[in-house]
Design a protein around this ligand. Structure first.
Ligand code: FPP
Length: 236
């Protein structure tokens, strides 16, 4: 099977999943977190090397403060005490996003989980948090500008060379999945998704289980990726 090396997921529909059941939106986020734990293990079992997920965008701060606080607390709890199965598997966890505007305990939880898993080599879980794709490109461009000021020669600077200026040097995204029925990219990993295949589903994220994930893999296997050329070129 031709399995995508890097899969990214916009985990949408948590709120609607909960509302449909007469529950508070926060119940959807909790259920979504449980789904993510199971899904990540399954993805690595299937041969995916890098999984990126959109957990909180810079724009999510516009939400009701109660929901923002719930999400922050949930993330701290997950970073500090959950994800054991994922960590035991040797997965390295990295967080992409701006470190500004965040509570002390959130920053601490981020640093702890990154430090604890930094030597792991059996896959990467990239959690995008306080994240914006345009912001990542701007922050990268500013780092590059500093290097240029310090004398970096950019005569032959190529698009591949810019990856190391992003929050983490991850490979390009092969497959982007968005659950919850919307068909847009919402400022997610814009640089890395230039040649991604897109898979949209109406399924709300809490219901996006292994068999739903396999449907996306199956679709990917049947796509003819030409990368602007005429023939199918493999990424790996
Ligand atoms: C979008 O659904 C989802 C979010 C803004 C949060 C996603 C977060 C999780 C799944 C929590 C898991 C993360 C970790 C790392 C523990 P929505 O609330 O916009 O849903 P709606 O469109 O139905 O309102």
């Amino acid at each position: 099977m031709n399995v995508p090396n890097h899969v990214a997921i916009i985990m949408d529909g948590n709120g609607r999943w909960a509302t449909k059941r007469g529950l508070k939106r926060s119940a959807g986020h909790l259920e979504g977190s449980k789904t993510l734990e199971k899904l990540a293990i399954h993805a690595y079992d299937m041969g995916v090397k890098v999984l990126s997920v959109y957990a909180f965008s810079t724009d999510n701060f516009k939400r009701d403060p109660e929901e923002v606080e719930y999400l922050m607390n949930l993330l701290v709890k997950y970073f500090n005490t959950k994800f054991e199965k994922i960590i035991k598997r040797g997965v390295k966890i990295v967080i992409s996003g701006r470190k500004t505007n965040l509570r002390e305990d959130v920053l601490e939880a981020i640093n702890n989980i990154e430090a604890k898993t930094k030597a792991n080599q059996n896959g990467i879980l990239n959690i995008c948090f306080n994240y914006g794709g345009q912001e990542e490109i701007i922050d990268g461009a500013l780092k590059l500008a500093k290097d240029i000021n310090s004398g970096l020669d950019i005569t032959n600077f190529k698009r591949e060379d810019f990856y190391k200026y992003l929050y983490h040097e991850l490979p390009p995204i092969d497959l982007l999945i968005r659950t919850g029925g919307e068909e847009r990219v919402s400022n997610f990993m814009l640089y890395q998704m230039s040649y991604s295949e897109f898979y949209f589903t109406n399924t709300y994220f809490p219901d996006f289980d292994k068999s739903e994930f396999n449907k996306a893999l199956f679709m990917f296997e049947n796509r003819d990726r030409r990368f602007g050329g005429l023939h199918d070129i493999q990424t790996k």
